[in-house]
Design a binder for this molecule. Structure first.
Ligand code: UT7
Length: 331
């Protein structure tokens, strides 16, 4: 009997801007300190995209590297999903701009916005699309240029974020490999906790909006923190249960890189030692939808992902949204 087909990641890639902005650079512009940022968040530096670079540029770079690593060409791609909250423009979708840039002329393309949970949302939806046989080669991209939506005078938010993109290529793979389970959730009543209030149809851009900086990130940090420390562990356990895998079998836990204290709390909930937790936020800050695929790439490139490893990816973000997927690494 032929074994069941699942969707497996067979290539990963990144698009990361070169310019580094350190905590010490921020100390010179703001009433903040390297010590405060490191102890409260774990972040030491982040990358900032230059003015001429848009989200689709980083996304396309990540996509091409992921395709090369997968041994695939752009014309083999039949679906592109870009998880982003910072598209190049309100419309068309950034995914369409990526499609044109990489020449994936046979691919359908759309964006998905679940902010920092976006990559996990896209991965789980893409996995269904592959598992049903509807699509055979899907590019799942998480890309954000949050630096363009920050109020650089608000020390409580601007120190947290950075820019970047990461991509994964999903194709059918045979069991026991591939995406084994996923759990997604949302609580829209929590929308006011973390948002960019203006720039959409509710509050279109006006000179007043710009003067009040309502087109930038507003966050009630402590409340988001409390939500995050609970949900990251919870949803990971739910996804593991759905996959029928006990937490002690997790080889690598890849959480959304927002705050080291949130990551530690999640790891504790799963009883995982930090050696099995991937952390790179000290170098990139919170890159929103890009954080998990960048971490996946660095874990793979650094030899921390081997075929057969059980991997949990888990994220949370504005919405509020959250999600986790369990994978058995396929390459
Ligand atoms: O993808 C989702 C994105 N969001 C998050 O992950 C955010 C989750 N929340 C957090 O990570 C934390 O709440 C923060 C890192 C944002 C803040 O840490 P905290 O321990 O919750 O600090 P706080 O907001 O309670 O602020 C403590 C103090 C305040 O001063 P007072 O009122 O005690 O005098 C802030 O004004 O720290 C001050 N503060 C700063 N001081 C130096 C806030 N930001 C800074 C700063 N530098 N950058």
């Amino acid at each position: 009997m032929p074994s069941k087909m699942r969707a497996g990641i067979v290539g990963v890639g990144v698009g990361i801007p070169e310019q580094v902005l350190t905590n010490h650079d921020l100390e010179r512009r703001l009433d903040t300190s390297d010590e405060w940022i490191v102890t409260r968040t774990g972040i030491r530096e982040r990358r900032i995209a230059p003015p001429h670079v848009a989200t689709s540029d980083l996304a396309a770079q990540a996509a091409m590297q992921a395709l090369r690593n997968a041994g695939k060409t752009p014309d083999e791609v039949d679906l592109i999903m870009v998880a982003t909250a910072t598209p190049d423009m309100p419309w068309p979708a950034t995914a369409c701009l990526v499609q044109a840039k990489i020449g994936a002329s046979h691919a359908a393309a759309f964006d998905l916005n679940a902010v920092c949970s976006g990559f996990v949302y896209a991965l789980w939806v893409a996995a269904q699309a592959v598992e049903t046989g509807a699509y055979r080669c899907v590019l799942v991209i998480g890309a954000d240029i949050l630096s363009r939506q920050l109020n650089w005078e608000d020390r409580s938010t601007c120190v947290l974020f950075g820019d970047g993109a990461g991509a994964a290529v999903l194709v059918p793979v045979e069991e026991p490999y591939g995406v084994l389970s996923g759990v997604l959730g949302a609580d829209g009543t929590g929308a006011p906790l973390l948002q960019v209030p203006a720039g959409g149809t509710r509050e279109p851009i006006t000179p007043e909006v710009l003067a009040q900086k309502r087109h930038t990130v507003y966050m009630r940090g402590r409340e988001v923190f409390k939500f995050a420390v609970t949900i990251m562990g919870e949803v990971s356990l739910q996804a593991l249960e759905k996959a029928g895998i006990p937490p002690e079998e997790v080889s690598l836990f890849i959480p959304h890189q927002a705050n080291i204290r949130i990551i530690q709390a999640a790891a504790e909930r799963l009883n995982l030692p930090m050696e099995r937790v991937f952390v790179n936020l000290e170098r990139y800050g919170n890159t929103s939808a890009a954080s998990i695929p960048i971490a996946l790439y660095e874990a793979w490139e650094g030899g921390r992902l081997r075929k057969g490893d059980v991997v949990v990816v888990v994220g949370f973000g504005a919405g509020l949204t959250w999600g986790a997927c369990v994978l058995r690494w396929a390459y």
